[in-house]
Design a protein around this ligand. Sequence first.
Ligand code: ADP
Ligand code: MG
Length: 319
Amino acid sequence: DELISQIAAGEVVERPASVVRELVDNALDAGATQINVKLMAGGVRAIVVEDDGLGIPPAELPLALKRHATSKIRSLDELESVSTMGFRGEALAAISSVAEMAIATRCEGAPHAHRLEARSGELKVAARSRGTSVEVRELFFNTPARRKFLKTDATELAHCLESVRRHALARPDVGFAVWHEGKLVEQWRAGPAEQRLRDVLGEDFFGSSRAVYAEAGPLRIYGRAGLPEAARSRSDMQYVYVNGRYVRDKLIAHGIRSAYEDQLHGSRQPSYVLFIDIAPDRVDVNVHPTKIEVRFRDGREIHQQVRYAVQDALALSRA
Ligand code: ADP
Ligand code: MG
C-alpha cells in the first residue's frame, strides 16, 4: 500500500508547487477566507499551509490521510457535478507517502485543536484557532531519485508562487499571503475581482488589456485579454479557468489565439486571464490526477465562443 501510494504520489506530486496546489485547494474547499503559505528552501524543506476554514473533526483526522478517503463525494453521480477543488481523496495520502506530514486542526466550538503526526500516527492536543494547518517537511526524503530532479530553491519558490497566484486570481474573496524563510514575499488581500487582477498581474498588464465578457446560453466567458501590441515573447501570462479551476487546454488556447488573427508578430504570446463558466455536465474534469486538463462535450462550440468573446474585447480597443 505504501508503494502504491508512492506511485500515485508521482502523478500528483511532482515538486513543492504541487503540494502547495493541493493544500490550497483543500483550504478553499474548507471555506477558508485567509490562506497563509509558509515555505523553507523553496518548499523542499518545509511547506506549511494554514487556513481559517471549517477544520477537521478529530475522529476524521486519521481518515483524511487514507487513500481514496474524501469527505467531498458520496456517489458516482456527484462525480459528474463536482464543484469542489479536490474530489479524489488522494492528495494527502500521496503527499504523506513522500514527505513528513503533520496536520493541526480545530473545528468551531471544539475545546482545543488536535495535531496528527502522519508517520507515527500520534494524535495530540494542540493550540490554534479554528481552521487547519498542514505541514509538509523534507519532500521526497524517501525517494532520492525524485528529489534529485528538484531545481534550485529559487526556481522551486517561483513555481510555488505561481501555484498560489493561480488560486489567487480565481478567488479574490480570499486573502493569500506567502512567506519564504520567514519573510513575507507576497500578499493579496481579499477584495473586488478587478483589484485582485491588478494586484496579481500588475498594472502594466491591466492597462494594456481589455475586459472580456460574453454569455452564450449556459456558457459565460469573462476576464481580460492583453492587447496585441502588449504581446510578449513568453507565454507566462496565460491563465484559463473552467468553473473556477485553473486548466491548461489546447482548444481554449487556440480559440483565444485565433482571436488575434494576424496581429501577433513572430512567436509573440498574448497575455490573458479568462474564466469560463459552463454547466458541469458539459465538461469532464476527471481526466487527469492533477485536474489540470478537462474535456468538453461541445469542444467546437466552446472554441468558437471563446474566439468571439476575445475578438469582441479586442475590437473595442481598436474603436
Ligand atoms: P480530497 O480533497 O480529494 O477530498 P485530500 O486527500 O486532498 O482529498 O483530503 C482528504 C480529506 O481531508 C478531505 O476530503 C477533507 O475532508 C480533509 N481535509 C484536507 N485538508 C483540509 C483542510 N485544509 N480543511 C478541512 N478539511 C481538510
Ligand atoms: Mg484535496
